[in-house]
Design a protein around this ligand. Structure first.
Ligand SMILES: O=C(O)CCC(=O)C(=O)O
Ligand SMILES: [Fe+2]
Length: 339
């Protein structure tokens, strides 16, 4: 019989389940970083349990946010997205357009805020000399009660968890744990709710809840509503590729890396395509997912990290771009066919 090796991966696989509960001990951190590094090399996706975010906060976030999207028509428009303001969008974009793939619009509505969204206007205006979503002010609905407090508590919990995952990333890459600090001390992260409304009419050909895309920043921490299904990640093996379901394990988050992290690691780590399928015809349930998009300082470099650079790496054409310009350009594409 094989010797049972100690590991933080409690379930192995393309999207392994990694237990973070030992992350406060040096020994535990080492095992967790090792498991995370392996996942980021093969799929760029893993599920975390034992993360320490209170279930009560996660549940409150879902209940409050679902209640917002279920308000009568018109109420959500009080906090509508407009130039200089984040908030509610009835049209949640066309994810495939970020990769220059034309599809009909994604079947979802969104509500967005940014960590920078509470800063004074003149400070936000200095976050890049081009249009960028993190320059917008946050706007909060009056109803449901407690919406703003819940979102802010959840945003802080995500910011803290993401920075610890980044320290684990650094150690998995053989870098000092504080490696990222000066690229993230003015981070532009976004917290978004995707509300996939009931599908009463048939989707158009090629139309999904979220079309196939990669994420753009450093990492995403996603909470998906239990028992609804639909999230899939693309597995490439040699000539063939297949879509794999990413199940919602109660109490877990799905973590994946984005394009910037892949580039920083010279492609050692992969930013993988994923999508959200439509429910079966006749299934009229909604689905709520809440991604936290961890994004660096707007002026962070888009260059492979020198200490771990692979000379043969064929980097995407990003010469002279900043991280902020990379993400903002993707955002512009995603919303290019807004009706
Ligand atoms: O809803 C999901 O499960 C995934 C959403 C997603 O991939 C995104 O918003 O970038
Ligand atoms: Fe995504």
């Amino acid at each position: 019989m094989g010797h049972h090796r100690e590991s933080a991966a409690v379930v192995d696989g393309f999207v392994p389940v990694i237990d973070l509960s030992a992350r406060r001990s040096a020994h535990g951190r080492g095992l967790i970083a090792e498991a995370i590094g392996a996942a980021c090399e093969s799929s760029g996706f893993f599920t975390i349990v034992g993360h320490g975010v209170p279930q009560e906060l996660i549940d409150r976030m879902h209940t409050t946010t679902n209640a917002f999207f279920e308000l009568p028509d018109g109420s959500m428009d009080l906090v509508a997205n407009r130039p200089g303001v984040a908030g509610f969008r009835r049209f949640g974009g066309t994810s495939a357009l970020s990769l220059d793939q034309r599809t009909p619009p994604d079947l979802c509505e969104v509500f967005t805020c940014h960590v920078t969204g509470e800063l004074p206007e003149d400070e936000r205006a200095r976050l890049g000399d081009y249009w960028a979503p993190w320059q917008a002010a946050n706007i909060w609905p009056e109803a449901p009660a407690g919406f703003r407090d819940t979102w802010q508590a959840y945003l802080s919990a995500m910011t803290e968890l993401a920075s610890d995952i980044m320290r684990l990333f650094a150690s998995a890459l053989g870098l000092a744990e504080d490696f990222w600090d000066d690229r993230f001390d003015r981070h532009t992260s976004a917290l978004i709710a995707n509300y996939y409304y009931p599908q009463l009419a048939a989707p158009m050909p090629g139309q999904l809840r979220r079309g196939a895309h990669t994420d753009w920043g450093s990492l995403t921490i996603l909470h998906q509503e239990d028992g609804r299904g639909g999230l899939q990640v693309l597995r490439n093996s040699g000539e063939t590729s297949e879509w794999r379901d990413v199940p919602a394990i109660p109490g877990s988050f799905v973590v994946n890396i984005g394009d910037l992290m892949a580039l920083w690691t010279s492609g050692r780590w992969v930013s993988t395509m994923h999508r959200v399928l439509n429910p079966e015809r006749g299934n009229h349930s909604s689905r709520l997912s809440i991604p936290f998009f961890h994004q660096p300082n707007h002026d962070a470099p888009v260059e492979p990290i020198a200490a771990i650079a692979i000379p043969e790496y064929e980097r995407p054409p990003t010469d002279g771009m900043t991280s902020g310009q990379w993400i903002a350009a993707k955002m512009v594409k995603t919303f290019a066919n807004e009706p």
